[in-house]
Design a protein around this ligand. Structure first.
Ligand code: ADP
Ligand code: MG
Length: 234
């Protein structure tokens, strides 16, 4: 699904440049649940943004579902982004004046799905994340965990091949984090390929594989005996 070959990335800082990714090699197969682990500043978000086509590597190759992601014009890039990728962020990034259902329907609008189908699908995805009753509510009426579940429903609505989540539990308390991870594990059990950036060991242990970054290089890439989040959710 994802092939990354010797990716390098640096940020220009005035006269200087800061090397952030220093030769990343990574293959991710369909159906994997992978944590990208590392301390703050290790380059996790930079790598995820490149995988999410929100940013480009300077050198190296990124192949997503057989497509070489390089020098695409913005129209093509947007096309692949919408077709292949769903995003979840630490801060939820919901639209505050839109209801839960309207937020979930948004990617379908961009995919030119008709109104009736958008409404049906939005409700179905909200039910999937356990928020069927909350369709007409605004984000301001919901808890952090509920908002993140709306964001997950929105990311899934466009039927992406890969779900990318940057610190999805970063703004949540421990119990709510485990509830969100339980949902992420369920979605992965249904076959979705998922990548999660986290700096929390216990969150990473709920994934099937941990890729550990340090100072822009992968220092460890291991399969883990997956811990089920549900056992912590009471
Ligand atoms: P992580 O997500 O692991 O905390 P990041 O990928 O966000 O790490 O950042 C890695 C390094 O790159 C950090 O030192 C950060 O300050 C720097 N950095 C991130 N984004 C930018 C940017 N847009 N411009 C300049 N420096 C950046
Ligand atoms: Mg980050």
């Amino acid at each position: 699904m994802i092939e990354v070959k010797d990716i390098h990335k640096s940020y220009k800082m005035g006269q200087n440049s800061l090397k952030v990714l220093k030769g990343i090699n990574l293959n991710i197969n369909e159906g994997e649940l992978v944590a990208i682990m590392g301390s703050s500043g290790s380059g996790k978000s930079t790598l995820l943004n490149i995988l999410g086509m929100l940013d480009e590597a300077e050198t190296g190759e990124y192949i997503l579902d057989g497509v070489l992601i390089k020098n695409l014009n913005e129209t093509k890039a947007a096309h692949y982004r919408n077709k292949f990728l769903g995003f979840v962020f630490q801060s939820f990034n919901l639209i505050n004046y839109k209801t839960a259902a309207e937020n979930v329907a948004l990617p379908l609008y961009y995919q030119k799905t008709n109104r009736k189908e958008r409404q049906e699908k939005a409700l179905a995805y909200l039910q999937k994340v356990g928020l069927g009753e909350w369709a007409g509510h605004l984000p301001s009426e919901m808890s952090g965990g509920q908002k993140q579940r709306v964001a997950i429903a929105r990311a899934l609505a466009a039927a992406p091949k890969v779900l990318l989540a940057d610190e999805p539990t970063g703004a949540l308390d421990t119990k709510t984090s485990y509830e969100v991870m339980d949902l992420i594990q369920q979605i992965n059990d249904e076959g979705k390929t998922i990548l999660i950036v986290t700096h929390e060991e216990d969150i990473a242990n709920m994934c099937k594989r941990i890729v550990r970054l340090k100072d822009g290089v992968i220092i460890e890439d291991v399969k883990v005996e997956q811990v089920r989040a549900a056992q912590y959710v009471q």
